[in-house]
Design a binder for this molecule. Structure first.
Ligand code: GNR
Ligand code: NI
Length: 175
């Protein structure tokens, strides 16, 4: 296992549409391991391939600690995840993103979704998600399509955060 660097705004790669995974090879399993390690270390509750600069449709997640501090880890990997149904009912959650560090904003999304994905054995699954799971899997699948949670904020808020990260990158480059 190895830690990978997480890319942050204004890195344009965050806007790339990731490619489907054709076969779950040993290299994909290694990537999943590295993503889990990177996600735990960050720490975050989810991570998409593109966040470690791999434009492939893979997501890691662990909601266990977030929901119950004392619970055992529950590492999960979703290959080629897609939402096949959404509830009309919406819910609001204050989201954050490892690629937009230290910025949070309220996002309204479908409260429940049905997710189709492959596991690390290439076996297909369908699962209903609600609560934090529903929010997180939608946030991660958005990453696979080059979409960030700030895209759902008002133009004023979005422009403000994009500008802030563009400025920070310029300052860092000038050092
Ligand atoms: O760690 C994360 N927390 C989080 C909180 C609310 C909604 C979504 C998330 S996902 C985020 C990690 C991340 O950036 N995944 O892409
Ligand atoms: Ni994110």
């Amino acid at each position: 296992m190895a830690l990978r660097d997480i890319i942050i705004l204004p890195d344009k790669r965050l806007r790339v549409v990731s490619a489907p995974i054709e076969a779950v090879t040993p290299a994909i399993r290694r990537l999943a391991d590295d993503m889990l390690e990177t996600m735990y270390e960050a720490p975050g509750i989810g991570l998409a391939g593109i966040q470690v600069a791999e434009p492939l449709r893979i997501v890691t997640m662990d909601l266990a600690r977030k929901e119950d501090e004392d619970s055992a880890p529950n590492p999960r990997v979703f290959i080629n995840p897609e939402i096949v149904a959404r509830s009309d009912e919406l819910s609001v959650y204050e989201e954050g993103c490892l690629s937009i560090p230290e910025y949070y904003g309220e996002v309204e999304r479908p409260a429940r979704v049905r997710v189709r994905y492959l596991d690390l054995d290439g076996k297909p699954h369908e699962e209903d998600a609600e609560g934090l799971f529903a929010t997180c899997i939608q946030h991660e699948i958005d990453h696979l399509d080059g979409v960030l949670f700030v895209d759902y904020l008002s133009k004023l808020k979005r422009d403000r955060v994009l500008k802030k990260f563009a400025k920070a990158a310029k300052r860092a480059a000038a050092e």
